[in-house]
Ligand binder design. Structure first.
Ligand code: ZN
Ligand code: ZN
Length: 234
């Protein structure tokens, strides 16, 4: 690994040691619970970052392209250090549990959860999947004990999944990709109506004046639990 980043020493030490359990614990701090998809993100993140041999200082020296906004993406973010805030997390709304990690020279690794492996999980952990379906998918009312049980089961599963070899869990492809340019820094302008500062790339211009999208009642894109959707300011 390149010189260690003093702001991420704990994570970089875990990466160097290949300590998946420790990385899962760190990812849990961001994600709020332990679950198997978080573990998959941690495993993919560790594999990719070690293979690329790069230390992330949040200056876009490594980028992660994630193809889903499920639990997996939090594992990727925590381990790789690629986030929305440092512009090194790119989101492609494909709905696949997959991520591509890349260095600025274009050297990249894409990992997608092996469909066979993924499809076999429900059989492996029937109790947990049944509870998940009831409490999360169908949003049926459960007792407080049910929710504790669900969390406990998924934490146990995530710990077990760490023992699965990465090659069995993912289809892995090393490739060269075109790296996007460094994120541009946009000038800020004041909205003529609300007075808030807005990135110039996100204003509507009316009669020579700048308005933020809500004040201009414009459409915008929102990433939410359903993916990226175009919304209209109300
Ligand atoms: Zn989760
Ligand atoms: Zn405004």
């Amino acid at each position: 690994m390149a010189t260690k980043n003093k702001f991420r020493t704990e994570i970089e030490d875990l990466i160097e040691a290949g300590n998946l359990r420790g990385l899962l614990n760190k990812a849990g701090e961001l994600h709020g619970h332990h679950c198997n998809y978080l573990a998959y993100g941690v495993i993919a993140g560790l594999y990719g970052i070690r293979k690329l041999g790069v230390s992330n200082t949040g200056m876009e020296e490594v980028i992660a392209i994630v193809e889903t906004n499920n639990c997996f993406s939090d594992g990727i973010q925590m381990v790789t250090g690629c986030s929305f805030g440092n512009n090194s997390l790119i989101y492609r709304d494909y709905g696949k549990t997959a991520a591509t990690l890349a260095k600025r020279d274009g050297k990249a690794i894409r990992l997608v959860l092996n469909p066979e492996f993924e499809d076999s999980r429900e059989k492996e952990y029937p109790e947990a999947y049944k509870m998940f379906d009831k409490l999360v998918v169908r949003r049926e009312e459960g007792s407080p004990e049910d929710y504790v049980k669900l969390m406990t089961l998924f934490a146990e599963i995530s710990a077990k999944e760490l023992n699965t070899p990465v090659e069995k869990m993912f289809l892995i492809e090393e490739k060269e990709i075109e790296i996007p340019d460094f994120a541009p820094v946009f000038e800020s302008v004041k909205c003529a109506k609300c007075g808030e500062n807005v990135m110039k790339s996100r204003v509507a211009e009316r009669n020579g004046q700048y308005y933020c999208l809500p004040c201009a009642r414009e459409t915008f894109f929102e990433l939410n639990g359903s993916g990226i959707l175009q919304q209209k300011c109300s």
